[in-house]
Design a protein around this ligand. Structure first.
Ligand code: F0G
Length: 449
């Protein structure tokens, strides 16, 4: 590794801590196979003194990097030169104080906030990570990219690849992704390969394919991607007037987001940019609850980086023996072998976190409530609200605590789940359409009934 780099890759395994130059394209530690982090020599970086200083860049938003809601915070992810930075205007997302939904959940006004990541260019939080991964890909001269996906990663990858004329291949499980997402990657020119299997099968295949063919992998195993996703937390803090909420609640799938959020707070605390670290709640779908099972039942913990791998191996061997494939209506988080598990445990450790799982019915009801009171979201995103209901019910979260739920994907990503919920009157918030004859009197009669 060159002496002067301000950023470098480092293995998270405390018994290894291998360090590698950012010019290398790695997705796992070449020495021990563990996950990699991007680390910074903070003494060599001029980081603004206050989080509010980043917001001032909004005044110079005709500069494409100041416009980006990710690169506005570039000092906190300074692993590549400005000329390599690839942006399509990601991160223009809002934190909505939602008192109506708060009331429905018996929370105090001013306590519930929804971070709408569905407002990103490809309609999900993935763009925060993809801008960073593609910037690294450009810096290293990558010629082609690939990912396994439950849909949003592929949509986002295809958008960014397309924006710089790079070839990309999407690996999806046959019949496992929502049409809104599939339509995007096809439209953006992604080469789509449907594997007869689930996300975990695709994830394994894509790693082997990328290693064999020298293709740039953009799944969240890629540590550069997570650097971009840190900025979701920065935007929340910024929008709360530089205050940190008491809680961050997010859905958990491959566990890249929760890992990135934890890393953001570790770094912000280290830099003195925040005083208080929020607590983190990661919500699994019941049909894809590896994290919840290992954390709550098996008491798997970060343990200063020495995670008990035998617990994970035993669980995965059991899943294989039972030929288990995860199933949930929240297809985005239909994952049972989350690649960022260890980093998520680190985040839970640092943020005094909790994990729980929610049923599909609970997800669909919560989704309908987000639609009723807010800007709407896709099923996986609503897991955060469904999980929050449990945390309020058992007193883990009190009604006056400030809670920021991350709504990870846009409402239009998965219209099938939404339409079926309403049309088939699946839950208390169903709002079915009513059919009437093509007759004025009958229409008026219906409207007045
Ligand atoms: N919410 C949405 C809308 C997602 O698309 C995903 C993941 C998650 C939550 C879970 O985030 O993996 O960071 O824990 N989607 C991936 C994909 C797996 O391929 O689009 P995570």
């Amino acid at each position: 590794m060159s002496e002067k780099s301000v950023a470098y890759q480092e293995c998270i395994n405390p018994d290894c801590r291998g360090q590698f130059d950012c010019a290398q394209t790695l997705v796992k530690c070449p020495s021990c196979g563990d996950l990699l982090d991007i680390r910074y020599d903070w003494d060599k970086i001029e980081v603004p003194g206050k989080i509010s200083d980043f917001a001032k860049r909004w005044a110079t938003r005709d500069n494409r990097l100041d416009f980006s809601g990710v690169w506005r915070f570039r000092d906190l992810l300074s692993f590549c030169p400005d000329e390599s930075k690839v942006t399509v205007g990601e991160g223009q997302t809002i934190l909505q104080q939602n008192d109506a939904l708060a009331k429905a959940l018996d929370m105090k006004p001013g306590s519930l906030f929804l971070q709408y990541e569905g407002l990103n260019p490809s309609g999900s939080f993935k763009d925060n990570g993809m801008t960073a991964a593609f910037s690294h890909a450009k810096m290293t001269g990558a010629k082609a990219s690939a990912c396994a996906s439950t849909g949003n990663t592929s949509a986002s990858m295809a958008l960014y690849a397309h924006s710089i004329g790079m070839k990309c291949t999407v690996f999806i499980g046959s019949g496992r992704i929502a049409y809104g997402k599939l339509s995007q990657s096809m439209d953006y020119g992604g080469h789509t390969i449907q594997i007869r299997g689930d996300f975990d099968d695709c994830m394994k295949q894509v790693q082997d394919v990328c290693a064999k063919l020298g293709i740039y992998l953009v799944n969240s195993l890629n540590p550069f991607r997570l650097e971009g996703q840190k900025t979701i937390m920065l935007r929340i803090i910024e929008q709360l007037g530089c205050d940190t909420p008491d809680w961050i609640v997010c859905p958990g799938g491959n566990l890249g987001n929760s890992s990135a959020f934890g890393k953001a707070f570790i770094e912000l605390k280290h830099l003195g940019l925040i005083n208080k670290v929020p607590r983190l709640a990661v919500i699994n779908a019941a049909g894809a609850d590896t994290l919840s099972y290992l954390y709550n039942e098996k008491k798997l913990r970060w343990n200063e980086g020495r995670v008990d791998q035998s617990i994970i191996d035993a669980h995965y061997a059991d899943l294989t023996a039972r030929n288990y494939s995860p199933r949930t209506c929240a297809s985005a988080i239909e994952i049972s072998r989350p690649v960022n598990l260890k980093k998520c445990l680190r985040a839970l450790d640092f943020c005094n976190g909790v994990v729980l799982s929610v049923t599909d019915e609970e997800i669909k009801d919560a989704k309908a409530q987000v639609g009723l009171y807010g800007l709407g979201c896709e099923p996986a995103s609503a897991a955060s609200i469904a999980g929050l209901k449990y945390l309020l019910a058992d007193g883990t979260v009190t009604p006056d605590e400030k809670v920021a739920c991350v709504l990870t994907g846009h409402q239009l990503k998965d219209p099938t789940v939404t339409v079926n919920y309403h049309k088939d009157e699946e839950g208390p918030f169903s709002n079915p359409p009513v059919e009437v004859e093509n007759d004025l009197d009958k229409i008026i009669e219906l409207m007045q009934s």
